[in-house]
Design a protein around this ligand. Structure first.
Ligand code: ARE
Ligand code: CA
Length: 479
């Protein structure tokens, strides 16, 4: 369950938050496949409650398992999965298994036209009835594991996953998706379900569909959303035996580091020594769809696309460092934390549109961090470095670091007043390399800075103080 089943040497998934299925299909073919992205985390594909004002979070309120949402129909979903797999890009479904809809109104309508009664606990399109839910308590104390698992998160009707009927419904839902060709699942709110229930559910999942290019006997990739910043009784280690787990401490710590609230030199042992999961268990990211807008946890420190250089440099570190399974965020612009994706007045999502330079047209509202030139170059760097260990760690003062991977090298200066001026071991074969931070290698040479690596692999490097500055390069950027 810890294998993402990426094609070839791909390493990283992107969360195309709230994207329509047809747009994801073309994005796989035109950008993600060619640029070496490994997979896409998609928004929940099952029918959700329609909430007034169409906030993004209505999709975390399942009303049935019909595959019909604002992102598209079942047919569009099938088409997208097929085309992405053909382009070498895997699909991971955000699976909301903990609960159904939240309170506020009794009679509720879903995106597929189904109806539900919150007060009566009736979801006829599934069907679920009163016997399928836990009691009427709300979660108020995160130090009480029983309550966190058996009471309602944010008033959302809490399914009882120990009931055979509930398990069967959830397993059927996931198996339908597996048969359509998805490679795995993000398990939403995993902390709020008992590990033994999840284990039983995972155990009944089909192997991945070999006609979509998966090896025989491949198990679905599972990564579980468990927010554990170290202060609660429920920990990530209860879930890591079952599959991978989101490592929120990484987002939190990277936020502090690249905001200058901690010293980069301490990154010499980034990984489990920072009380984080073993590398093979951890899904790591700089921000996610919750904490970029103040939902979830760790919001104060988390860096997002709004933060410019510190965000970009956190991405440089995340993607260059071997720790964890990396996921990058692709967002839309918002003014308030409930605001849904770009949509017409009747609620239809407006598809992203691209400018001639390949960037998303911001007039539509999509940010598309994954299309940033730097992002695509960093994905290439990570794919090249593969599973090679970190070598040649170097640091000076508090905020100057450098390290190498097989065929790749990075250096960062975040000192306010001290220049980085040093001879650094890159581990690279001698030659002239193009720095990929501000430019790239092209037919005509290098649009970025040139880096001269001598016969023994040394690089004489100068990086100015003041704002953050960095260089990164790899064997394919050798001129
Ligand atoms: C919305 C409204 C609520 C309303 C509810 C029901 O905002 O006011 O009561 O609807 O009508 C998302 C949004 C929520 C939204 C929900 C349902 O973020 O605002 O509620 O969808 O539409 C905890 C969980 C963690 C969870 C976060 C948000 O442990 O699993 O809260 N994250 C996932 C998703 C979210 C999603 C849900 C779960 C629900 O990523 O996008 O919610 O499906 C400490 C604890 C954490 C806790 C955190 C925040 O840090 O350690 O465990 O996270 O506090 O409470
Ligand atoms: Ca629960």
């Amino acid at each position: 369950y810890k294998q993402p089943h990426y094609e070839g040497k791909r390493t990283t998934m992107v969360h195309l938050f709230e994207w329509p299925w047809p747009s994801i299909a073309t994005e796989c073919e035109q950008f993600l496949g060619p640029k070496g992205f490994g997979g896409v985390q998609i928004s929940p594909p099952n029918e959700n409650r329609i909430v007034n004002g169409r906030p993004w979070w209505e999709r975390y309120q399942p009303l049935s398992y019909l595959l019909h949402t604002r992102s598209g129909t079942e047919q569009q979903l099938i088409d997208m999965i097929t085309r992405c797999n053909r382009a070498g890009v895997r699909i991971y479904v955000d699976a909301v298994l903990n609960h159904m809809t939240g309170g506020g109104s009794d009679a509720q309508t879903g995106t597929g036209g189904s109806l539900a009664h919150y007060e009566k606990h009736q979801y006829p399109a599934v069907p679920y009835g009163p016997g399928d839910f836990n009691g009427a308590c709300n979660i108020i104390d995160y130090q009480a594991p029983q309550q966190v698992r058996n009471c309602r998160l944010l008033s959302l009707l809490d399914l009882n996953q120990s009931k055979p009927h509930v398990r069967q419904v959830l397993v059927n839902y996931m198996n339908r998706l597996i048969d359509m060709g998805v490679a795995g699942f993000r398990i939403d709110a995993a902390k709020h379900m008992w590990p033994q229930d999840l284990e039983a559910i995972y155990g009944q999942l089909h192997n991945l569909n070999t006609s979509h290019g998966f090896a025989p006997n491949s198990r679905p990739f599972i990564f579980q959303e468990v927010i554990d910043l170290g202060s609660e009784r429920i920990t990530t280690s209860e879930y890591s035996p079952l599959g991978c787990v989101t490592e929120f401490r990484a987002a939190n710590e990277l936020g502090k580091l690249f905001r200058g609230r901690n010293a980069l030199k301490w990154l010499h042992n980034w990984g489990p020594d920072w009380s984080m999961l073993p590398s093979g268990d951890a899904v790591v990211f700089v921000d996610n769809h919750d904490n970029q807008r103040g939902h979830g946890a760790g919001a104060g420190d988390v860096l997002t696309h709004k933060d410019g250089k510190p965000y970009e440099t956190a991405l440089v570190f995340l993607l260059a460092h071997p720790y964890g399974l990396t996921r990058v965020m692709s967002s839309y612009a918002f003014n308030n934390s409930d605001q849904g994706p770009p949509a017409t007045s009747d609620g239809a999502i407006v598809a992203p549109r691209f400018l001639r330079n390949g960037q998303c047209d911001h007039l539509v509202g999509w940010i598309c961090e994954h299309r940033w030139p730097l992002m695509a170059r960093l994905i290439e760097l990570r794919n090249i470095a593969g599973s090679s260990p970190l070598t040649h760690w170097w640091s000076q003062h508090d905020q100057q670091i450098a390290f190498a991977r097989a065929n790749a090298f990075v250096a960062i200066n975040m000192e306010k007043e001290k220049e980085l001026n040093a001879k650094l071991q890159t581990g690279l074969p001698s030659g002239v390399y193009c720095d990929i931070i501000d430019g790239e290698k092209s037919d005509s040479g290098c649009s970025g800075r040139k880096l001269y690596v001598d016969a023994e692999g040394w690089l004489q490097l100068q990086l100015p103080p003041g704002s953050i500055s960095s260089v990164a390069t790899h064997i394919n950027a050798k001129l």
